[in-house]
Design a protein around this ligand. Structure first.
Ligand code: GTP
Length: 176
């Protein structure tokens, strides 16, 4: 008898420190937000069971520390990832400029079998703030260049958080 195993999809969120990676994940899984900043130490993960096109999957979301001193753990962490979320803060052009480096580092360390078609999803977080430095247009242009899908929203106001993760889950399932 064939036993059906629920697919476990591994997605990872990377990006500079403070862009809102932990907040975005917590908003999605626990429906909660706090303005208090607690830097992630190394790595953290949460899981959520969701349905994609009437199939049940377990989404395993890995949240990494954005600070330099934890970057060496990337290699082991990146292995087996089905979709990579690159996050920046729309009020910080430096965090947007850093995406190229994060993407490159991921590809070098994860060694996906087909790097050219590996799914990246870019998320511009903190759209609830007024002091925006990165426009939607500029973000889309870069995403088109590297072949990534783009979402923007806010962990604080719960704007398009579900949409970004649903898309990540779909892309991850195709890699599974
Ligand atoms: P590291 O763990 O250092 O890599 O940071 P991180 O990317 O996980 O950021 P974190 O989720 O800890 O958020 C950093 C700060 O930004 C916190 O004070 C959050 O409350 C705040 N923040 C996160 N998302 C949003 C958002 O959508 N809007 C606003 N206004 N603030 C946010």
């Amino acid at each position: 008898m064939k036993k059906w195993v629920t697919p476990h999809l591994k997605v990872i969120i990377i990006g500079n420190s403070g862009v809102g990676k932990s907040s975005f994940m917590t908003r999605y899984v626990n429906k909660h937000f706090t303005s208090r900043y607690r830097a992630t130490i190394g790595v953290d993960f949460l899981t959520k069971e969701i349905t994609i096109d009437s199939s049940s999957v377990i989404l395993q979301i890995w949240d990494t520390a954005g600070t330099e001193r934890f970057r060496s753990i990337g290699g082991t962490l990146y292995r087996g990832v089905h979709c990579c979320l690159l996050m920046f803060d729309v009020t910080s052009s430096a965090s947007f400029a850093a995406l190229e480096g994060w993407r490159k580092e991921f590809l070098e360390q994860a060694h996906p079998p087909e790097p050219c078609s590996f799914p990246f999803i870019v998320i511009g977080n903190k759209t609830d703030l007024e002091n925006r430095e990165v426009s939607h247009k500029v973000a889309v242009q870069w995403c088109n260049k590297v072949g990534a899908e783009y979402f923007e929203g806010s962990a604080k106001e719960d704007i398009d958080v579900d949409k970004a993760f649903s898309s990540a889950a779909r892309a991850a399932l195709l890699q599974y």
